[in-house]
Design a protein around this ligand. Structure first.
Ligand SMILES: Nc1ncnc2c1ncn2[C@@H]1O[C@H](COP(=O)(O)OP(=O)(O)OP(=O)(O)O)[C@@H](O)[C@H]1O
Length: 577
């Protein structure tokens, strides 16, 4: 049962156990609220016999204290078993999701947008927090306690009991019937909410381009449509819920009327005594309360399925696994007849074979869309290949744990990601154990000191979200400093020096040549002069290796590479007229 609960509600083992405890605690609490009814029964019985006998005073006083004590105790247990356990589980759930996301291949993120994933980790978890602390234990608890009390009523007087209980199956049937409809409504509401969140995020991210193209109004009109769609869906959801819940609640209320009616008839016929009649009225007035309260939150309980399905999509997505032990001999990277596609039905790389040797610089060049970035990222196992294999020092990388493999790589991307932290800490990402001296040394190699020391707080200046307070070249230098600090045996440079001015580019290239000594270096560059000094050039065109060899050999061959070099030399003389 614990296993089933875990899967159904995306819970940890402890979370599933806590949910069971929470439901039982709610049953106890509901039953404790019935205790005063029992006491009242005895009190009325005594009053009807002419008054409370003096020896029973203690019984009633103790009874009241015990009832109060039990109500207090069970409420305390219920609070502990639901609220505290839920918040603990919520933390576990978020960490589990984040851990899983760390191991999921990047292909997953290509299909999902950031707003969706963030919403699963934050909003869905918060929603489930509420459902598991309030709604689900209350609903399950009220169903169990109602069944227990109903058995008691049937044993006491089955005729009166039937007049009270006939409403329950009808109310449950209505609720059960509504579940499917609610689920569908919720899914649609979630879809429009996600589309809206996406639109808002995209609007914020692209505000600069929208302004530059005078396209703000056009875009906002589209966004307004999405916001209106959320509004309409939410109203429709409320109506859908209210129709079923109000009907079920009304039917439950009918139970009190039928008990009064049936009880009166039986009382007149003399087949039931006043006391039993009175007790039934009392019990019935309380019997439906927990259930009715739980019904109000039915929408939340039903919609948990949508949230859980989204969460399970992450939790049960296959992850990249592999050996954490490395047995590579050296760091040659070999592509062996590699075929790859991001999406089924398309081909991005076909039959790509080449070796990037340790101690050499291998440059990937070719026309835009030829597959250079894809090749470099496959080498670091950001995705798994569809055909062939990639080896590092003879080890098939699909059999190496992704994190272990990445420890062998220093990567400088074209699009640098920086954190809203100080320059020092942004560089330290390259090696979290590095001392301040080591960080400063790496920073100096990448010419970061040239701008860092002029900033208001020097090295401890916070650089804004994604380094928004720095220029493109400055951001790139921080990223290169990270690579220096990491000092891994394989270096991937994807247009690493593209956003640097000529002076800085020359300085950094000198530093890079120090960094790359005896390492395996894979460089992607559009500017042919950046790769003129490479040991080997691999020309990728249309996802295949068109040419490969030293720059001199390829120039002599007079193929695609030679054409690209000539074209770029020509374009250097190009000017605005
Ligand atoms: N995440 C992705 N999902 C789907 N297709 C992609 C993805 N990234 C790249 N592609 C496609 O794969 C092909 C190769 O892209 P890639 O970025 O590797 O080329 P490139 O040679 O590095 O291009 P450029 O020089 O313009 O940076 C292109 O057709 C591109 O549209």
């Amino acid at each position: 049962m614990i296993n089933k609960l875990q899967k159904r509600y995306a819970l940890s083992e402890q979370g599933a156990k806590d949910l069971v405890k929470g439901c039982l605690a709610c049953v106890l609490q509901n039953l404790s609220f019935m205790l005063p009814v029992g006491l009242l029964y005895f009190l009325v019985a005594d009053l009807m016999k002419g008054g409370i006998p003096s020896e029973k005073y203690t019984f009633y006083i103790v009874g009241c204290v015990v009832c109060l004590g039990l109500i207090f105790l069970t409420t305390y247990i219920q609070y502990n078993a639901t609220y505290f356990a839920t918040y603990r589980e919520s933390g576990v759930r978020r960490i589990t999701l984040a851990e899983r996301l760390r191991k999921i291949p990047l292909s997953f993120f290509g299909k999902k947008d950031l707003a969706d994933i963030t919403s699963t980790i934050m909003a869905d978890c918060t929603f489930l927090e509420q459902s598991f602390s309030h709604f689900i234990p209350e609903l399950v608890g009220s169903i169990i306690s109602t069944v227990l009390v109903s058995i008691g009523l049937l044993v006491t007087d089955w005729r009166m009991a039937l007049s009270a209980l006939w409403v329950l199956p009808i109310a449950f049937a209505i609720v059960g019937f509504s579940a499917k409809i609610q689920e569908r409504l919720n899914q649609k509401a979630m879809d429009v909410k996600m589309a809206c969140a996406d639109g808002i995020q995209e609007c914020i991210e692209t505000v600069r381009d929208l302004k530059a193209n005078n396209a703000e109004w056009e875009y906002l009109k589209g966004l307004e449509k999405k916001i209106r769609a959320v509004e309409h869906r939410s109203i429709l959801n409320e109506f859908g819920l209210a129709a079923f819940v109000v009907t079920a609640s009304l039917i439950l209320k009918l139970g009190i009327a039928t008990v009064a009616l049936a009880g009166s008839v039986l009382l007149i016929r003399g087949s039931v005594d006043v006391l039993t009649f009175f007790m039934f009225l009392l019990v019935v007035s309380r019997l439906y309360d927990p259930l009715q309260g739980a019904l109000q939150n039915l929408a939340a309980v039903i919609s948990t399925r949508t949230n859980i399905a989204r969460m399970n999509e992450i939790l049960y997505h296959p992850i990249q696994q592999g050996d954490a032990e490395l047995s590579n001999k050296g760091y040659n990277i070999t592509f062996d007849h590699v075929g790859f596609a991001y999406n089924t039905g398309e081909t991005v790389l076909k039959d790509v074979s080449f070796t990037a040797k340790q101690g050499e610089v291998t440059a990937l060049v070719g026309p835009s869309g030829g597959g250079k970035t894809t090749v470099s990222r496959l080498a670091a196992r950001f995705w798994d290949v569809n055909q062939g294999k990639i080896t590092v020092g003879g080890m098939d990388i699909s059999k190496i744990d992704p994190e272990t493999l990445l420890s062998l790589f220093s990567i400088v991307f074209q699009d640098v990601t920086l954190f809203n932290n100080t320059i020092m800490e942004n560089i330290r990402i390259g090696n979290k154990d590095a001392s301040d001296e080591q960080v400063l040394a790496a920073a100096k190699l990448a010419n970061v000191d040239e701008f860092a020391e002029k900033l208001p707080d020097g090295w401890n200046t916070t650089i804004g979200e994604n380094g928004c307070e720095l220029s493109g070249g400055e951001r790139q230098r921080i990223s290169i400093a990270r690579a220096f600090l990491k000092n891994a045996p394989i270096i991937l440079l994807d247009e690493a020096t593209a956003s640097l001015d000529v002076e800085n580019e020359t300085l950094i290239q000198t530093a890079l040549s120090r960094l790359i000594a005896d390492k395996t270096v894979l460089v992607i560059a559009h500017r042919m002069r950046t790769v003129a000094g490479a040991d080997k050039i691999v020309v990728l065109s249309g996802g295949s290796v068109a040419e490969e060899g030293s720059p001199e050999k390829l120039m002599k061959h007079n193929g695609l590479y030679a054409r690209m070099v000539k074209l770029q030399t020509k374009s250097q003389n190009w000017k605005l007229v």
